[in-house]
Ligand binder design. Sequence first.
Ligand code: ZN
Length: 216
Amino acid sequence: MATVSPQTAIERGDAVKPRWYAGWWSAARRCRSPNFGPRPAGVAVSLLVVHSISLPPGRYGGPWIEDLFLNRLDGRADPYFESIRGLRVSAHFVVRRDGELVQFVSCDQRAWHAGVSSHRGRENCNDFSIGVELEGLEGESFEQAQYDALVALSCALARRYPIDAVAGHEHVAPGRKRDPGSGFDWRRFRAGLTGAGLPDWDFPESATRRNRPTAE
Ligand SMILES: [Zn+2]
């Protein structure tokens, strides 16, 4: 039997042990976005940024997140889309409600997910982070399949990149962004990482506290 290159195997979807290939994770469905650029020279990938997105907001399962990241969103499909027309954005990964993992940008490249942002005093998080969008809505909860997929992806990322911290978009762009929001259970995510044997990453401070009633 002729052997195929890992790249060919990945493109064909052969059942091979998941691996990284030029920043692409073979276990993810690939959906290439043109919205990316090079990372600054010599900058290591050290942060994971968790987001949430749904299009239109609160509606799950449609093709529109992918359409947005591929710059082909049909503005006539929903009145909301008019408000985000012309937006050029991307994330490295999207985790759908059923846990399906889709990759849009090579992790070796800089995706356009965080915008104006800073983490621990360091600006422009896109330079040194991986962006993962969970299909969901700020304030709403997420599926167990999404936590499972996020933990599995985190393990794969940790093996390949020197990531030592994770934060929500709301933490790196406070006042401007609110995702993934109060419905994302940081302690559950953290417990999943610990259960998978990952060293404890630096978590946002609010993620280490018990959720308090907002009236407090
Ligand atoms: Zn976000």
